[in-house]
Write a protein that binds this ligand. Structure first.
Ligand code: PAF
Length: 281
């Protein structure tokens, strides 16, 4: 395993790989690795000569300072998990000051409206933070391919847009959501759920599966009513939003049009833990 904390060291290491004609796959993470991350890493290992995994809890993408403080940090465990997958993985684990050259703040981006929907509305500044960190990571790692999970579907589309707008020669590879056996989408935040919250959290996917079925027969307004009512009746969960949106532009819709593809998006709190999920319809 190669580990880098310093940006310039990693840049010269990657220069060397590129001069030797090696392809580079990249998996950006905030650590607290689970099977969802490992699915991304496995994809990268399959299709590239070298794989870089970054582990960096990026302060600029947290709109809530408590969430940032409580975000799980498990660096030693993360390293051991990666080692079991492949001993040649390159880890980039910068500290915030080195990463941001002493100026920890976001740039401002325009993603043609993608950044204004759903998560953009509920987490002000979040996508500016994500785009800032991912752009800087791309500049350092200069991967041929970068891997993102569909759990953060809006993030995935925004990164695709970033690459297009900035003309970056990087292929963005989407990897399906990995789920626990009861359907809960894998997430680093799941580590913070107490046993009752963990049990309750499977209800989110249960509802989304019902939505998938209802979407065949019912109108969107009735489906939304059903979801809000079902969630309101659950004693451990509190819904933040539920939307059915066009898969291309993420604009929430109230009526289906034939030929368009839709997804259902949901955010739910279990205590102070924010859980996000989506399904294709
Ligand atoms: O999806 C995440 O874990 C983060 O948003 C990312 C892409 C690693 C940027 O910090």
């Amino acid at each position: 395993m190669k580990e880098f904390r310093n940006k310039t060291d990693l840049i010269s290491y990657i220069n060397n790989l590129k001069q030797n004609g090696q392809s580079v796959g990249f998996v950006p993470t905030m650590g607290a690795l689970h099977q969802g991350h490992l699915a991304l890493v496995k994809e990268s290992l399959k299709n590239n000569d070298q794989t870089v995994v970054s582990i960096f809890v990026n302060p600029t993408q947290f709109d809530n300072p408590e969430d940032l403080k409580k975000y799980p940090r498990t660096y030693q465990a993360d390293k051991s998990i990666l080692k079991t997958l492949d001993n040649n993985i390159i880890i980039y684990h910068p500290d915030a000051n080195n990463f941001y050259d002493g100026n920890i703040k976001s740039d401002h981006f325009n993603f043609d409206g993608l950044e204004l929907e759903m998560e953009g509305k509920h987490r002000p500044g979040h996508f500016d933070g994500v785009a800032t960190v991912v752009k800087k990571l791309f500049e350092t790692v200069r991967p041929d391919r970068a891997y993102f999970g569909e759990k953060d579907f809006q993030q995935l589309l925004i990164i695709k847009k970033l690459v297009k707008k900035e003309n970056l020669p990087i292929e963005i590879v989407a990897v399906p959501i990995q789920r626990e056996s009861d359907g809960l989408a894998m997430s680093s935040r799941n580590k913070r759920l107490n046993p009752l919250q963990r049990l309750s959290a499977s209800y989110i996917y249960h509802i989304l599966t019902q939505v998938r079925y209802l979407f065949e027969y019912y109108d969107i307004v009735s489906i939304k009513k059903f979801v809000y009512e079902a969630m309101a009746a659950h004693p451990e969960l509190k819904i933040e939003y539920f939307e059915i949106a066009d898969e291309k532009n993420l604009k929430p819709v109230t009526r289906k049009k034939s030929g368009n593809k839709y997804r259902a998006f949901i955010v739910v709190y279990a205590g102070d833990i924010r859980l996000i999920d989506n399904v294709a319809l």
